[in-house]
Write a protein that binds this ligand. Structure first.
Ligand SMILES: [Zn+2]
Ligand SMILES: [Zn+2]
Length: 399
C-alpha cells in the first residue's frame, strides 16, 4: 500500500474510534491525578487498549502508573515509540492539557495498529507518568524502557501557535542546608554560629555571580527555613534554587558555582553546608536536559501538519520556554516534541483558562490534529527508509 493510501486508512480509522477517544480524554480530565498517582488514568487507558486487542505491559520501570503497549506480533525494527502523559497539577487539574496528550498517544497508536501489517516496522505506546516535576521519563530511561526504539514522538498543547522546533531548557533543583550553632541571641551571641548569616551571604553572593553568568543561565531561589525565634541564634537555614540554562553543561557549571559560593560563605563564619540535588520518589538524580533537536523529524512533522491545514510558525523567544523530561529522552534517541496550538485560550499552560480549553470542544479538534500529525509522520518514518536514515545521521551528527 502506498504512503497516501496508508494515511487515508488511518484517517478513516480515526473517524471510527474518535467517540471512544473523546470519552477517554473527558474521563481523564474529570479525574485529575498528581504525578505518580495516575491510577485512574492508567486504568481507563489500558482498558481501552486491551479492549482493542493490544498487548499491555503493566509493569514498567518499577513505576506503578507507567505502562507499555504493542500490537500483538508486531515488534520488528525500525520501531517508533509514542509517548502519553496523563498527570495533572494541584488545584488547577488538567491545566497542562495532559488529558489530551495521553489520549493523543492512545489514538495515534490505535490508528497505526489498524495498518500494522502494512508497516515496514512497528509502533509502541508508552504511558509516562509524573511529567509535572516528577521526571518519570528519566526513571524510564534509567530502566532502559526505550531501548528498542529508533525514534520517539509526542505532542503537547500550547496557547500560542503550532511549532516543531520549540527549545526546552535544562533545569534542576538544588537544596542548600546550612548548619550553625544555637545560642542566646543577647546573653551569649559569641557562642553561636548563625546559619541564617551563612544563607544570606550565599544568597547575596549568588546574586552577584549573575553578572558573570551566561545570559541564558537562570537562577531563582527561595528561603525555605530561616530560624524560628529572633532571640535565638538560628542553627539551621535552608535555601532552594532552581537553575536553568539552554544547555545542561552550563546549568551544571552554574550549580557547581552556587555550591562553591555556599561552602565559602558557610566556612567564612564557621558554619557548614550540605548540598542536595533535586530528587523525587523514583529518581535519585533529577536533571532535565535541554531538547536535542532533530531538524529532519521537524521537517517531516511540519509537512504533515501543513497537509492537514495546521499553520506552523518558527519558535521565537516571545513564545516562552519551559522544561520537560522528554528532553532527556531526546538525548538518548531521535525525538519529536510537537507543540500544537490549542484554540480557545490566550493563557499559557498551568492556568485555569488553559484547563478549560483542554476540556472543551477545542480539545477535540486538537486531538484530531495531533493524532493525524503523529500517525502520518510515523508512516513517513517507517515507510521511507532514507528519511529514517537521515533522522539517525542528524542525531549522530548533533552533539
Ligand atoms: Zn506542565
Ligand atoms: Zn505539560
Amino acid at each position: 500500500m502506498s504512503v497516501e493510501e496508508l494515511k487515508a486508512k488511518v484517517e478513516q480509522r480515526l473517524d471510527e474510534i474518535m467517540p471512544e477517544l473523546v470519552e477517554l480524554s473527558d474521563d481523564i480530565f474529570a479525574h485529575p491525578e498528581l504525578r505518580f498517582e495516575e491510577h485512574h488514568a492508567k486504568k481507563v487507558i489500558t482498558e481501552l487498549l486491551e479492549k482493542h486487542g493490544m498487548d499491555v505491559d503493566h509493569d514498567v520501570a518499577n513505576l506503578p502508573t507507567a505502562f507499555a503497549a504493542q500490537v500483538p506480533g508486531h515488534t520488528s525494527k525500525p520501531r517508533v515509540g509514542i509517548l502519553s502523559e496523563y498527570d495533572a497539577l494541584p488545584e488547577i487539574g488538567h491545566a497542562c492539557g495532559h488529558n489530551l496528550i495521553g489520549t493523543s498517544g492512545v489514538g495515534t497508536f490505535l490508528v497505526l495498529a489498524s495498518i500494522a501489517d502494512e508497516l515496514n516496522g512497528s509502533v509502541a505506546l508508552y504511558g509516562t507518568p509524573g511529567e509535572e516535576g516528577g521526571g518519570g521519563k528519566i526513571t524510564m530511561l534509567e530502566a532502559d524502557t526505550f531501548d528498542t526504539l529508533d525514534t520517539v514522538i509526542m505532542t503537547h498543547p500550547i496557547h500560542t501557535e503550532s511549532m516543531v522546533d520549540t527549545p526546552f531548557l535544562a533545569s534542576t533543583g538544588l537544596t542548600l542546608k546550612f548548619h550553625g550553632k544555637p545560642s542566646h541571641a543577647a546573653a551569649a551571641p559569641e557562642h553561636g554560629i548563625n546559619a541564617v548569616d551563612a544563607l544570606v551571604n550565599t544568597y547575596v553572593a549568588v546574586n552577584g555571580m549573575r553578572q558573570r553568568m551566561p545570559s541564558d543561565v537562570n537562577i531563582c531561589g527561595i528561603i525555605r527555613s530561616g530560624g524560628s525565634a529572633a532571640n535565638v541564634i538560628p542553627d539551621y537555614a535552608e535555601l532552594f534554587y532552581i537553575v536553568r540554562a539552554d544547555n545542561w553543561h552550563k546549568a551544571k557549571d552554574a550549580v557547581d558555582t552556587v555550591i562553591q559560593i555556599a561552602e565559602g560563605s558557610a566556612a567564612a563564619i564557621g558554619a557548614s553546608v550540605e548540598s542536595e540535588m533535586m530528587k523525587n520518589q523514583h529518581a535519585e538524580f533529577q536533571f532535565y536536559t535541554e531538547t536535542k533537536h532533530n531538524p529532519v523529524l521537524e521537517d517531516i512533522f511540519e509537512e504533515n501538519l501543513k497537509s492537514i491545514g495546521v499553520n506552523v510558525v518558527p519558535w521565537t523567544k516571545e513564545m516562552g520556554v519551559g522544561s520537560t523530561d522528554f528532553a532527556n529522552v531526546s538525548y538518548e534517541l531521535p525525538g519529536m516534541h510537537l507543540m500544537l496550538k490549542l484554540d480557545g485560550t490566550d493563557s499559557p499552560p498551568h492556568t485555569r483558562e488553559f484547563a478549560e480549553a483542554a476540556g472543551s470542544e477545542n480539545g477535540r479538534k486538537w486531538l484530531r490534529e495531533a493524532i493525524l500529525a503523529m500517525a502520518f509522520s510515523a508512516i513517513d518514518i517507517l515507510q521511507e527508509k532514507d528519511r529514517l536514515d537521515q533522522v539517525k545521521q542528524e542525531f549522530a551528527a548533533a552533539d
